[in-house]
Design a protein around this ligand. Structure first.
Ligand SMILES: NC(=O)c1ccc[n+]([C@@H]2O[C@H](COP(=O)([O-])OP(=O)(O)OC[C@H]3O[C@@H](n4cnc5c(N)ncnc54)[C@H](O)[C@@H]3O)[C@@H](O)[C@H]2O)c1
Length: 270
């Protein structure tokens, strides 16, 4: 086993242990329609969560136990803040203390219909400035295929740490539908992609995971196969386009475990 693989396994084992025992500290960057429900849900599951936002009025409201997002019930937010499991901050330097960092910043469409990545770049630069071995970084913002490995990864690696060896990197675009009472943040199937160990050596850069709780797998698969828009979304996803059925990386394994403890993972054919 190479030194890189050994380091990656050791790092991922520590992280997995922290996640399983709920000792992992979770940071969510961008506390809007996507980030706040996610931060509250992580906190409700027992994690210690820090919510990062450049907008101090939002972090102030969170610390005062006040919800400003309709999908986040006041009582749920208040409960986790009072219990000390959720706090808001604008001090990006505190990202250094996180084990898992979820990036949920805006990606508004430009006139040319491609997403403005400036918010993502700013958030990733803040992470890169304090990046430590063993951290897991997840991009949740909606964006075009290739953003994770072509934009996010080089920024994170700019100070010498390597993805999938020193730190872990995944793309898991948020699919939340605000106001939808059937599919909530807990029940909407997620698509997760992590980098392979062979990155840089193989033409295929990423490996996919579709991770959903087992009881939702059959209905989810039926939905994926019959819903034309969803089918197109899957096809367009770089992560899935580059998929293989067999290879699973440490990042993907970690994410799978994070999602539900017992998740069903399925690779999608190219
Ligand atoms: N809202 C939805 O229904 C929805 C659904 C699926 C996916 N998404 C995607 O999720 C992403 C986030 O969307 P949203 O609706 O939550 O946006 P939002 O505008 O509601 O919230 C984004 C938050 O990020 C903060 N922010 C911006 N730059 C930051 C930085 N550098 N550091 C820290 N905080 C920063 C903003 O102050 C804001 O509070 C977008 O890519 C969006 O396309 C949104």
């Amino acid at each position: 086993m190479s030194t890189t693989t050994t380091t990656a396994n050791a790092n991922s084992q520590v992280l997995l242990d922290r996640i399983r025992t709920k000792k992992a500290r979770v940071g969510v960057i961008g506390l809007g329609y996507v980030g706040l429900p996610l931060a509250v849900e992580f906190a409700r599951q027992g994690f210690e969560v820090s919510g990062f936002d450049v907008d101090e009025s939002k972090t102030g409201l969170i610390n005062a136990g006040q919800s400003y997002i309709p999908d986040v019930p006041q009582v749920e937010l208040c409960e986790v803040v009072k219990a000390g499991r959720l706090r808001g901050t604008s001090r990006m330097i505190e990202l250094a203390g996180m084990d898992v960092i979820d990036i949920c910043v805006p990606t508004p469409l430009r006139k040319t219909k491609d997403p403005d990545l400036s918010y993502v770049v700013k958030a990733v630069e803040a992470v890169a400035a304090v990046l430590k071995p063993g951290q897991l970084i997840i991009l949740e913002s909606t964006t075009y295929p290739g953003t994770t490995d072509e934009v996010v990864q080089p920024l994170l690696e700019s100070r010498g740490l390597k993805a999938d060896a020193d730190f872990f990197l995944a793309f898991s675009p948020e699919r939340i539908d605000p106001g939808n009472e059937t599919y909530t943040i807990k029940t909407t199937p997620k698509i997760v992609g992590g980098l392979t160990e062979a990155i840089g050596r193989a033409p295929d850069g990423s490996v996919p995971a579709l991770a959903v709780p087992p009881e939702q797998f059959a209905p989810s698969l039926r939905r994926w196969l019959t819903d034309a828009a969803l089918r197109n979304e899957l096809r367009r996803s770089a992560v899935l386009r580059r998929s293989t059925l067999t290879a699973w990386t440490e990042t993907t394994r970690i994410i799978g475990e994070v999602l539900a403890g017992t998740t069903t993972k399925v690779g999608m054919p190219r």
